[in-house]
Design a protein around this ligand. Sequence first.
Ligand code: ATP
Ligand code: MG
Length: 499
Amino acid sequence: MDSGGSEVILSIKDVCKSFPGVKALDKVSIDVKRAMVHGIVGENGAGKSTLMKILSGVYEKDSGTVVFDGQQIEHTTPQQSMQRGLAIIYQELNLVNTMSVGENVLLGRFREMKGMRGTHAKARELLDRIGSKIGTTRLVSELSVSEKQMVEIAKALSFESKLIIMDEPSSSLTAEEMCELVKIIQQLKDQGISIIYISHKLDEIFEFCDNVSVMRDGRVIDTKPKSEFTRNELIMQMVGREIENEYPERPQRVGEVLMEVRSINTRKLHDVSFSLHKGEILGFVGLVGAGRTEIVRALFGADRVRGHQVLIEGKPTPILNPRDAIGAGFGFIPEDRKLQGLVLPFSVESNISMASFRKFTRLGFLRKSIEKEIGTRQVKALSVKTPSTKVPVVNLSGGNQQKCIVGRWLEISPSILIMDEPTKGIDVGAKYEIYMLMKDIAERGGAIILISSELPEVLNMSNRVLTVFEGRITGEFDPKVTSADKIMSAALGFDGECS
Ligand SMILES: Nc1ncnc2c1ncn2[C@@H]1O[C@H](COP(=O)(O)OP(=O)(O)OP(=O)(O)O)[C@@H](O)[C@H]1O
Ligand SMILES: [Mg+2]
């Protein structure tokens, strides 16, 4: 039986790892087979990324054994594990932005490549192997996230990798880019390479993984062929309880107009006007780059835009910067939490209370006890997994960092909450909790603007959706009665229809 495809490339046995106050991994054992895609799923903070960082030599395990390609691995470094044929593509990509594609693919191996010409030639060959057409002289800072991922994969191939770990590679990809990635994964498999694929998107797990391991609280709950899991069973094993519906019912009572936005014009946006009602969740649907983020950034005063008008409850309300916006009752959960949201070395509680400055600067200085109170409240409401609210937010898992941003804005009970990809990297159980909190804001008379590249999320949560294509609003739909296909065509620029 044990030949070809079923041979084990990586054997993890009884691996443990603790951080102060957290047992991140508790006797984890997983076997990964050659030329197979091994999916790993689990709640935020379950230990997935920690395990991968141990495999790639970023962290040292406390105990247990790791055998890779027949060799027991001890005290390894990221460089050594790359050279041994184990590559990792991180949740947050890891390239040098100021260098070219070619230089990144072969980083540190300039001499081995005999100079620049050799470097670019080799990079071209590797990119061709995955069918990518990215020019090797382009600067990495100019690439899209998916192109950056291709560069990471080419880099992995340059070391003759036998196993490539992908930690939530799809969280920033568009649907089309995802199709590309699936093709590449198939090609890598055909070349005999194994993949460990971590994702919160269960559709992906069911689409192309061969085997799946479920982790919870630092333990492996189950590993088996994908075909032996049902979706419900997988969810139940992940969150430890049954979840009947992935979405709650949408808000029921949409009231009068809360805000009117007239004529946002920028280089990218053309005459964007719309209204938002009390008690409403308004979804924006469009491709990445269509202008959805620009619309909400303009609205929030995050980008300098002039000439448009915002009326809140009929009153003209000029918003020139985010402070004005917060004063007018806005909250904003940005798309890129690392760039626009979190201060990584600061504690969980100071990150969460950061927008609530009005609550504790009343006496002219920060009131530490209020900060703590706010932090504790939101950590509880969102089940943020952390040993304490004093821990620097950088120590939290990706999904738990995202929850801190969500908590920051829920705390100020905004009357208009803008959410740009709010559930990116968040597990199924916690997503449901966030949907309930959104609904709560709407039911208390607030309103939400929701941007999400996960179509089912926008369609199931919104009372109304607007499609955005090339900087214009191309349609308005009631998702309860309109097919997803019809909405998508408007978002793709085919005759949008206004209802
Ligand atoms: N450097 C660190 N210092 C302290 N604690 C850490 C550190 N890295 C991870 N942890 C903790 O270890 C646990 C597991 O985190 P990990 O990042 O592995 O989760 P994950 O399964 O990848 O979650 P997500 O789906 O949110 O990415 C979490 O409780 C996290 O807070
Ligand atoms: Mg992670």
